[in-house]
Design a protein around this ligand. Structure first.
Ligand SMILES: *Cc1c(COP(=O)(O)O)cnc(C)c1O
Length: 486
């Protein structure tokens, strides 16, 4: 396959499209044209949308920030090698295009914690709380409402957001009481999101930074990822909303229809490749190393800065009371670390005084972390991932293995696994109590069931299960009928 030929594909170009692709005139322009006859409505016919009230929410936000000052922006962040000791001096600006450390290890976004610590925990709690439920740009997003902790230096003008986050956290009372004999089972539904998975949280951060890099004339022609479905849906949506070309590598016949339709609909350059996720990952790494295409996989630590806000949100939704357990389904293992990082930052900056114990739940058909954990962290071996209904976590060689181990060791964490039968049974039980969940959640619930059975999670422990995905028409209808789950 000639890699350079990607760039000749019509969807994969930064030039304007030919006239046959010109979008229809936006509706509000038509309204303006007709109202310009009215001399008293002169501003409506102005060619600059900024003067048209309601048209430009960034302008509105700027006006708003003059009357409601936000904290001085002395905050900053940089890339450092992941888990490097205090003597390590290697670091990179977030405006550099770098994915790995000199020694080939993972990177991490490190915030200037002393600048953040100049404000007490109570200040951050009330600042974050004050931004919930508003549309003020960009704080209407659950990610950007924590902007100072995410990408402190980006201009709000460069942010690409669909006001993701602020997702539902609800009490699964009947499932908890009836099937698990527990009172405090909570479901954090991160899948109620723009493209239907929690990948939106990280992608808004990555695409915003790419938007900034392109405005700085850095060599970024487009953004690419390998995906089990959800990353590509999020990448193509956020890129399309900023007019940035995207390219996605998907394993042929291994992702759901809805996950395939989204990037095609959003105009991404979609390559379906006859390999598995791990094979796609290998290819995209080669392509992004040779071409000016930015790598959007969670190897890229920017994504985790957005994902970590889900943890902060959980604390916020409990009025800054810390739950005992948080269970996260894991595949490439960026998210288990992102949750750890979000909780840990809240503790370090004084918003809370402890962090929950984390549980990473894997499909037994793709369980390299589980095996590693069971070996007492002695012997990590990638596995060949077998097919699982939880397709987004069908990954045998997770990129963020080191991050996951760090998160689990520092949160007194546990790894569990779920067979296909177990995850399907858990789904059916949850559905019978009014939920309607996806197989990834089935994996997480299986972990919970096992830990309740063994008594590790107690009947009064406040436990949060993270739901990562909401794939309405495919999972909820087609798959259920074909597997006769009804
Ligand atoms: C990505 C994803 C996960 C797992 O996240 P990792 O960071 O890959 O471990 C779980 N569920 C869904 C639906 C996902 O899309």
């Amino acid at each position: 396959m000639a890699a350079s030929s990607f760039l000749q594909y019509p969807h994969f170009t930064s030039k304007p499209r030919s006239s046959s692709h010109v979008k229809p005139t936006p509706h509000f322009l038509l309204i303006k044209a007709s109202s310009s006859d009215n001399p008293s409505n002169a501003t409506a016919s102005s060619p600059t949308p900024a003067t048209y009230k309601g048209c430009n929410i960034r302008e509105e936000a700027r006006r708003h920030s003059l009357t409601h000052p936000q904290p001085d922006n002395n905050f900053s962040a940089k890339y450092v090698p992941f888990n490097a000791g205090p003597t390590c001096s290697e670091s990179y600006s977030l405006d550099e295009i770098v994915y790995r450390s000199q020694s080939g290890g993972l990177l991490d976004v490190q915030h200037d914690m002393s600048a953040l610590k100049a404000f007490p925990g109570s200040y951050w709690r009330s600042l974050f709380d004050s931004r919930v439920g508003k549309t003020t740009w960009p704080y209407g997003s659950g990610v950007w409402s924590k902007k100072e902790w995410v990408l402190p230096e980006i201009s709000s003008d460069d942010i690409v957001s669909a006001f993701e986050g602020n997702s539902n956290l609800f009490w699964a009372e009947r499932f908890g009481k009836q099937f698990l004999n527990m009172n405090e089972l909570w479901v954090k539904h991160c899948g109620i999101s723009h493209t239907g998975s929690f990948k939106d949280l990280g992608m808004t951060v990555l695409v915003s930074q790419v938007n900034r890099l392109r405005k700085m004339n850095k060599p970024v022609v487009g953004v690419g990822c390998a995906s089990t479905g959800d990353t590509s849906a999020a990448l193509s949506a956020y890129c399309a909303s900023a007019g940035i070309p995207s390219i996605v590598f998907l394993p042929a016949n291994k992702i759901s229809m809805a996950q395939l339709v989204q990037p095609i609909a959003n105009g991404a350059f979609v390559l379906s490749i006859d390999t598995d996720f791990d094979g796609c990952m290998q290819l995209i790494r080669e392509v992004t190393a040779e071409l000016p295409i930015y790598l959007a996989n969670s190897l890229n630590s920017l994504r985790l800065e957005g994902q970590k806000t889900a943890a902060i949100e959980i604390l916020q939704q409990f009025d800054w009371e810390v739950p005992d357990w948080v269970i996260v389904p894991g595949g490439n293992l960026g998210n288990i670390y992102a949750f750890y990082k979000g909780f840990h930052m809240c503790k370090e900056l004084g918003l809370v005084d402890r962090i929950p114990r984390l549980v990473c739940a894997q499909a037994a058909n793709a369980n390299p972390l589980y095996l590693y954990y069971k070996s007492g962290w002695k012997d990590f071996k990638p596995v060949k991932a077998n097919s699982t209904f939880a397709s987004a976590i069908q990954i045998g060689d997770p990129v963020s293995i080191d991050r996951a181990v760090y998160a689990l060791q520092n949160s007194n964490g546990i790894v569990e696994e779920a067979t296909e039968e177990e995850l399907m049974d858990a789904m059916a039980q949850a559905d019978s109590t009014g939920m309607f969940i996806c197989p990834h959640t089935g994996v997480a619930l299986t972990a919970l069931i096992k830990l309740r059975d063994s008594g590790v999670i107690g009947p009064t422990d406040r436990t949060v299960v993270v739901v990562s995905f909401k794939d309405l028409w495919y999972w909820m209808v087609v798959e259920r009928i074909s597997h006769s789950l009804f």
